[in-house]
Design a protein around this ligand. Structure first.
Ligand code: MOS
Length: 757
């Protein structure tokens, strides 16, 4: 799985621990059921909250009748906008600080802006009692017309915002030899991690302890403090384990403030678990998006213009911008590029980041359009990408820190067998006589580092302990941190204790953006080095130490012990140093400043990949299956190829869902996200999984950090839907410009591209 670069990296001194396929250190905790997820915390005196949700999508509450609900068994309280207590909007803050997508606190007023908005919350001794009471709350409404229309082009609220611009696309499009112009539409997609969103809130002596499903405990603390009107140091947020989140758990949602407020009001710990159905309403989603893509090229396939105009829906209240042009500015060489973005207001809950926000839907559109352009050029689609490879990031003029997209394409083509592709639609058959479609796409995703701190303790018993206020979303952060500490200190991975998921620990990165690993690397290594320094110093001072009286500069720390530089090899383990020093352990702190948003940073940091897809098509029964995906990923050095491969495989399966299955549907009459269950919102399951072949190029990106690691959480999803849509065109002749691709789309004659005259 690892490429030739693995050896090269080892030659430059990366240890035997980094780059080794290490099983998850938290695996046994998870398989034995002892890993504590947020809703697993049962505090003494715990009571349960269940929200009452709006059954209209626009209007206002005219009355709330609590008479029945209040007298029901076990009911302790029912809160509405009249008695929930003080909750505040968070003040506007700089990027990556006080992040929240739905800015309105729950039960703020009587205005209803989306179906499922909280209008009351019942608290009772058991969850069933709370739910029964919440459902017995009688709310009357004054209804106004709602809008959940998925047609977005032309209904943007603002003047389109210029996201990236160079040259003049208008002129280039006018004079081009070959042109392409089409609209690509993607639906609302709802994050469906198996772990439901949950809050267990405890309020005692002026202090909140919040067990949350959070991808960012530090931010969650700051936001909740602001919403509750409490000092940040009176709020502690704990997320030991996450049953994933896919971005839906990055920023706090209103239920968290509801649970905390109920706890404050009642002086009892309160548990609120958001139901699967409510998760389609009030904890974010990837918005519906329309993207118009215009491409122009010379007759030999050199791109001369790329224009991307997107409109995504957002809520009535908040401005969520999907950022579909994320990759457009730098993925290809092109003198004239324009990306514009706009928002269309709809009566929906506020959208949020979903795995690869911006780039994932953006690349579905751009890479579908590139395939259409290749057809017009009668050029192989791989070749079209190869000849438009840029020398540098043309959107910023900066060199790429490390970019191997061409190699992703060539390795992928080789592994997939692309050379055997007959471009004629429907011409290829497999051994069972099924029609084959082969398609491909290139992809990219942001790489960066954000601020991080960590503390490492080396202990007398020979173990190490690392603490950091980061989280493990499920991708393997516990494990790669243990590897980093082991790499630096010589303590075996199984003897490294990793403590994460607590806002009272040194501030760690968010588990988002695929940034956690790259951000943690310098902070964790720095902390380990500072603990090592303390050990070396102790070795020069401890009675009985062979190094007593020596200068620190005369000593070195190798494989968990102190020895003299150029000496006879006498080594004193750190455990012995601590014994002689009569110390249980020493700690070191590490801190690193990120490069995120730093315009002065000299490099353009991104990960790249190539996706190759095979579908099988049986026109007689309109049966389409994704049978095979070959994915080649250039995401820096893989610290742990085992967990990394797992990330890419999971992302590919999510890509199958995006291409073929997933769409949240808003019912016209009520405005409700109507398929709000795992029975009706179809995600890819094992039976939908294609054969997946993952290759990592494994070129270390030492410009990003000393281990050369970028991140793999999101890149595996980018480009997959386009590769599948392109394969579908090759099999069926039908161009899918709307996701998910449905059987009925394949039955109709190919649609001509819309005209914009
Ligand atoms: Mo990811 S959408 O940044 O959790």
């Amino acid at each position: 799985m690892l490429g030739p670069q693995k050896e090269a990296a080892e030659q430059i001194g990366i240890s035997k621990i980094i780059g080794v396929a290490t099983p998850r250190v938290d695996g046994p905790l998870k398989t034995t059921g002892s890993a504590m997820y947020a809703s697993d915390f049962h505090l003494p005196g715990l009571v349960y909250a269940w929200p009452t949700t709006a059954t209209i999508a626009s209007g206002s509450v005219t009355g709330i009748d609590l008479s029945t609900a209040k007298g029901m068994p076990g009911v302790l309280a029912i809160y509405t906008h009249e008695n929930i207590g003080p909750l505040y909007r968070t003040p506007p803050a700089p990027v990556l600080s006080l992040m929240i997508d739905e800015t309105r606190p729950p039960l703020e007023d009587t205005t209803i802006r989306y179906y499922g908005q909280y209008v009351a919350v019942a608290v009772a001794e058991t969850m069933e009692q709370a739910r029964a009471a919440a459902e017995a709350v009688k709310v009357t409404y004054s209804k106004t017309a709602h809008n959940t229309d998925v047609h977005l082009i032309g209904s943007g609220v603002n003047t389109p915002k210029e996201v990236t611009k160079r040259g003049n696309t208008t002129d280039a499009l006018k004079s081009a030899a070959i042109k392409h112009d089409a609209i690509y539409s993607t639906p609302t997609e709802t994050h469906n991690p198996i772990e439901l969103h949950a809050s267990v809130a405890s309020y005692k002596d002026g202090k909140f302890t919040l067990y949350e499903t959070s991808q960012a405990v530090g931010n969650h603390r700051d936001v909740l403090a602001a919403v509750l009107g409490a000092p940040p140091d009176s709020v502690q947020v704990i997320t030991r384990f996450l049953g994933s989140g896919f971005g839906g758990k990055l920023w706090p949602w209103p239920h968290s403030a509801l649970a905390a407020s109920c706890s404050r009001n009642l002086n009892r710990p309160v548990k609120l678990v958001v139901s699967r159905s409510m998760m389609f309403q009030s904890v974010g989603h990837r918005p519906a998006i329309d993207q118009r893509i215009q491409l122009a090229a010379t007759s030999t396939g050199k791109l001369t213009a790329i224009q991307q105009d997107y409109v995504n829906h957002t809520s009535v209240q908040d401005d969520y911008d999907e950022g579909c042009g994320e990759a457009t500015g730098f993925i290809y060489s092109c003198p004239n590029v324009l990306v514009t973005g706009n928002l269309a207001r709809r009566n929906v809950g506020t959208p949020t980041s979903m795995r690869g926000p911006g780039a994932v839907p953006g690349l579905y559109a751009l890479e579908s359009a590139m395939d259409e352009l290749a057809l017009k050029l009668e050029m192989d689609p791989v070749e079209l990408r190869l000849i438009n490879e840029p020398e540098m990031d043309e959107s910023t003029g900066k060199p790429f820190s490390s970019r191997h997209l061409k190699e992703c394409l060539s390795v992928g083509a080789e592994k997939f067998g692309w050379a055997k592709r007959n471009p004629t639609v429907g011409s290829m058959k497999n051994a069972d006589g099924l029609t084959l479609g082969w398609g491909m796409a290139a992809c990219s995703w942001i790489a960066t580092r954000i601020d991080a701190e960590a503390s490492v303790e080396l202990r007398q018993d020979g173990t190490a302990r690392i603490v950091c206020g980061a989280q493990d979303i499920g991708g393997g952060t516990y494990t790669v941190i243990a590897q980093m500490v082991a790499h630096e200190t010589g303590v075996p991975v199984r003897r490294v204790e990793v403590v994460l998921g607590d806002s009272s620990l040194p501030p760690g990165p968010i588990s988002g953006g695929s940034w956690a690993t790259a951000s943690l690397t310098p902070a964790v290594l720095d902390a380990a080095r500072s603990a090592i320094k303390a050990i070396v110093l102790a070795a020069t001072k401890a009675n009985g130490s062979p190094f007593k009286g020596k200068q620190e500069s005369e000593l070195e720390f190798v494989d968990g012990g102190v020895r003299g530089k150029g000496g006879d090899g006498t080594t004193l383990s750190f455990s012995d140093v601590l014994k002689l020093s009569k110390a249980k352990g020493v700690s070191g702190s590490g801190k690193s400043q990120g490069v995120f948003g730093d315009n002065q940073s000299p490099y353009s940091f991104h990960s790249y990949g190539a996706q190759f897809a095979e579908v099988t098509w049986q026109p007689e029964i309109a049966r389409l299956r994704v049978s095979r995906i070959v994915t080649v990923i250039d995401a820096g050095r893989m610290l742990n190829p085992r967990t990394a491969k797992n990330q890419i495989e999971g992302a590919v399966v999510m890509g199958v869902g995006m291409a073929m299955l997933e769409a949240t549907e808003y019912e016209e009459r009520s405005g409700a996200p109507i398929n709000s269950s795992l029975a009706d919102y179809i995600v890819a399951v094992s039976a939908d999984c294609p054969q997946i072949d993952v290759t990592f190029l494994d070129y270390p990106d030492f410009k990003l950090n000393s281990l050369g690691a970028r991140g793999v959480g999101e890149i595996g999803l980018a480009g997959v839907a386009a590769a599948i849509a392109n394969a579908v065109q090759h099999a069926t002749g039908v161009r899918a410009r709307r996701l998910p691709i449905r059987i009925e789309d394949l039955l109709s004659a190919p649609e001509p591209s819309p005209s914009f005259a």
